[in-house]
Design a protein. Structure first.
Length: 115
């Protein structure tokens, strides 16, 4: 079982990035997927989530209107489109898969937003 994030990097304030998380070793389409982030010295917190069929999404207030979560079950991949990035968005971003009592985490990808 593996979740592999990619797409992080250094971007200027106001810029955009798209994160990807590809799943291996489990039935991706049956798992709710989420993105979390953890900034230095802070707790990990939910950024966005998406239901199995992509019919429902939810977002942290701090990213509403700027970030969009989506998924492609045929590609076993969940995405996080991040626009209008701010220095406060700097963090390690993790994807998370949940189904019943099973929870899987990726290793994270670093996003740095320069001012």
């Amino acid at each position: 079982v593996q979740l592999a994030e990619s797409g992080g990097g250094l971007v200027q304030t106001g810029g955009s990035l798209r994160l990807s998380c590809t799943a291996y070793g489990f039935t991706f389409s049956t798992y709710e997927m989420s993105w979390y982030r953890q900034a230095p010295g802070k707790e990990r917190g939910l950024v966005a989530g998406i239901s199995t069929g992509a019919g429902q999404t939810n977002y942290a207030d701090s990213v509403k209107g700027r970030f969009t979560v989506s998924r492609d079950n045929a590609k076993n991949t969940v995405y996080l489109q991040m626009n209008s990035l701010k220095p406060d968005d700097t963090a390690v971003y993790y994807c998370c898969a949940v189904s019943g009592g099973l929870v899987y985490w990726g290793k994270g990808t670093l996003v740095t937003v320069s001012s």
